[in-house]
Design a protein around this ligand. Structure first.
Ligand SMILES: Cc1cc2nc3c(=O)[nH]c(=O)nc-3n(C[C@H](O)[C@H](O)[C@H](O)COP(=O)(O)OP(=O)(O)OC[C@H]3O[C@@H](n4cnc5c(N)ncnc54)[C@H](O)[C@@H]3O)c2cc1C
Length: 600
């Protein structure tokens, strides 16, 4: 039975036939690896995700975490799964050997992790957050901080969080008020409230390492005055032993629509619930220099944003595969034009409208997976390309693609989950099938790690115009390279390439037009339409790239034929959606801008 979590055939195609990850083993960082070690890691991820993560996905949704005022309780399968995950060593798959990592290419590590997100996105959130936290400290922490906090996290003994949001400050982190008072011994005491903190409290690990944004008194206003602190739930001694309970307390759990297996918390820092060294105040350790907190956090957020896109993709993918399996089994109705009411019913996949819904899902989830893995491959380039110019190029392209890789799957793989429910009909609307949970779980993704609207401002207001428009130029010329290769191939690839080239020209023209007079108010008024249109062009590019990776002669291969048909679908049905969006943007439409709040 093929898996209904992800398609291994698709992963192999993307990683090997398209992204050619095996060629990376020629680089020193990956010299210990081979195609076999990559495949072994993927096999292991699939097996542990299938056997340990998928079985309690529904149970953790139905029995969400509870708090009795003292302790947070989760169903026991969560801890058992996380213990199994720690044993795989996959938490450190992409990390340096010096910290015990496997030094797998990011593209392979990302593909491995996608199995866990597809199987159980809520349980996989704990290692996801822990890895992001550890990566940030590896980049910005002191050697002592790495030894004290990162190593136990990588061993699976400590878990990590990211504490940015406050009840009054979500999108606008400039307005956070948590304060960090310097102490004579070089530590800080933190006071404030953090909201929405995922994995903020539980007993799944010996300790929780909170990474907290706060202001040091006298700091400059706004984002330039935010610093980053390590605040452990339990204080850690110089020898690594666990000591007193720190003054971080769970004020309450949030009860969510989805992602229910991940605790989501309101945390109080320094309100005296615990009194380390006899007094209130959460003991914190500054990471790096003061006032660098947001820049440092962005290190983690960029990675987290691509990870959110990967999670959205994984949920879309498994919903697609489950609705596909259902459509092949479910008998209902007869073909249009069938005359005999006594004839056997056909499976619903025989109805063109059901195939439309499946094809739309396939084009979204396989397009999104390609983008996620392409970005992971760019991370490998950024880290290991022999020429510095190539490393810089990968860095800039990744910067431009990050808001799209976060937002496009969050929007369209959620749309895929919506279609998966529709394919199942009434059954899709019940809790007897997984697809309704996938939809609820996926609905978080356009909200956290920067909402859809915030990603749109980032793309149009920063990424496309930074370095004098270098981001825009790099994106369009990189797509242009694909167009050129497809043109040389000729036939259908060249036809698709012409359509893609026309859409790319519109991105350039529209971006210039929007910024013609440099007025950000008007330029950014329809930024969401811009994000969506550019996102669709980028996914069309991913589809053309996949078409080019197919062998020229593969008429009899169903997988290859399916790829070609999904590419055709995306270009025929989806890419034209961008026309009206580009028209709206080109006209510098003021409708939303001129709508006054008192007219609603
Ligand atoms: C389940 C869950 C888990 C989370 N996990 C974490 C976590 O682990 N750590 C953490 O720090 N945070 C976490 N968050 C918080 C999350 O990042 C915020 O919810 C998100 O950034 C939005 O902030 P907000 O909820 O305050 O909404 P608001 O910022 O109030 O936004 C509300 C609406 O207004 C729009 N908006 C706001 N400002 C602008 C603007 N300038 N321009 C255009 N539109 C704007 C937004 O796009 C949105 O549609 C989590 C949230 C949830 C729901």
């Amino acid at each position: 039975m093929p898996s209904t979590l992800l398609s291994r055939r698709d992963l192999d195609f993307l990683l090997h036939e398209w992204l050619r990850v095996s060629e990376l083993v020629e680089r020193p960082r990956y010299a210990e690896h081979s195609r076999e070690t990559f495949d072994d890691a993927l096999d292991l991820a699939e097996r542990v995700a299938t056997e340990q993560f998928a079985p309690h996905n529904r149970a953790a949704d139905l029995a969400e975490p509870t708090f009795d005022g003292q302790r947070v309780r989760l169903i026991p399968q969560v801890r058992a799964a996380l213990d199994s995950f720690a044993e795989t060593g996959l938490l450190t798959a992409g990390l340096d050997a010096t910290v015990g990592g496997l030094q797998l290419p990011h593209a392979v590590a990302a593909a491995c992790f996608t199995w866990f997100q597809a199987a159980n996105v809520a349980t996989s959130a704990y290692p996801f957050l822990t890895l992001g936290n550890a990566n940030l400290l590896l980049a910005h922490g002191s050697p002592e901080q790495v030894d004290t906090y990162v190593r136990p996290m990588l061993d699976g003994r400590f878990f990590g969080t990211m504490c940015l949001s406050e009840p009054h400050a979500g999108s606008s982190l400039a307005d956070i008020t948590t304060r960090a008072e310097p102490q004579a011994d070089g530590t800080y005491r933190l006071f404030g409230t953090k909201m929405w903190i995922s994995g903020g409290d539980h007993e799944l690990a010996e300790n929780i390492v909170h990474l907290v944004l706060a202001r040091i008194p006298g700091a400059p206003p706004g984002v330039k005055g935010i610093s980053l602190f390590i605040v452990p739930k339990v204080l850690v001694g110089p020898d690594g032993s666990l000591g007193e309970r720190n003054d971080v307390a769970l004020a309450g759990l949030n009860h969510k629509m989805g992602f229910r297996g991940t605790t989501n918390t309101l945390l109080s820092f320094g309100d005296g619930a615990h009194t380390p060294a006899g007094r209130a105040g959460a003991v914190g350790h500054l990471v790096g220099a003061p006032h660098q907190g947001l820049a440092q956090m962005f290190h983690m957020m960029n990675e987290a944003r691509i990870g959110v896109g990967a999670g959205a993709t994984a949920l879309g993918y498994t919903g697609y595969l489950k609705s596909l399996a259902y459509a092949k089994e479910r008998p209902q109705g007869r073909p249009v034009g069938a005359k005999d009411p006594a004839a056997a019913q056909v499976p619903i996949i025989d109805h063109p409208d059901v195939r439309r819904m499946l094809l739309a899902q396939k084009s979204y989830v396989e397009g999104a997976l390609a983008l996620v893995l392409y970005c992971a491959r760019l991370l490998d380039e950024q880290k290991t390309a022999p020429a510095e110019a190539d490393r810089e190029r990968a860095h800039l392209l990744l910067d431009v693609l990050t808001p799209i890789t976060k937002s496009w799957p969050s929007q369209w793989c959620l749309a895929a989950n919506d279609l998966a429910i529709q394919v199942l009909g009434g059954a899709g609307y019940t809790r007897d099938h997984d697809v309704e949970q996938h939809y609820r779980d996926n609905r978080l993704n356009p909200i956290h790690e920067g909402t859809h609207g915030i990603q749109a401002l980032d793309l149009l207001g920063r990424k496309m115009i930074m370095q004098g428009g270098a981001g825009l130029t790099l994106l369009t010329t990189t797509i242009g390279d694909t167009v050129e290769r497809a043109g040389k191939v000729g036939g259908e690839a060249a036809e698709l390439a012409d359509r893609l080239a026309a859409a790319v020209d519109r991105i350039t023209a529209v971006t210039r037009r929007l910024w013609a007079d440099g007025d950000p108010v008007l330029a950014l008024a329809n930024a969401s339409a811009y994000l969506e249109a550019v996102g669709h062009v980028v996914i069309a590019w991913m589809w053309l790239e996949q078409v080019l990776a197919l062998p020229a002669e593969s008429a009899g291969d169903a997988f290859h034929a399916g790829k070609r048909q999904a590419a055709r679908y995306f270009f025929t049905v989806e890419l034209p959606r961008t026309g009206p969006q580009f028209d709206l943007l080109e006209s510098r439409d003021r409708t939303t801008l001129d709508m006054r709040p008192d007219w609603f």
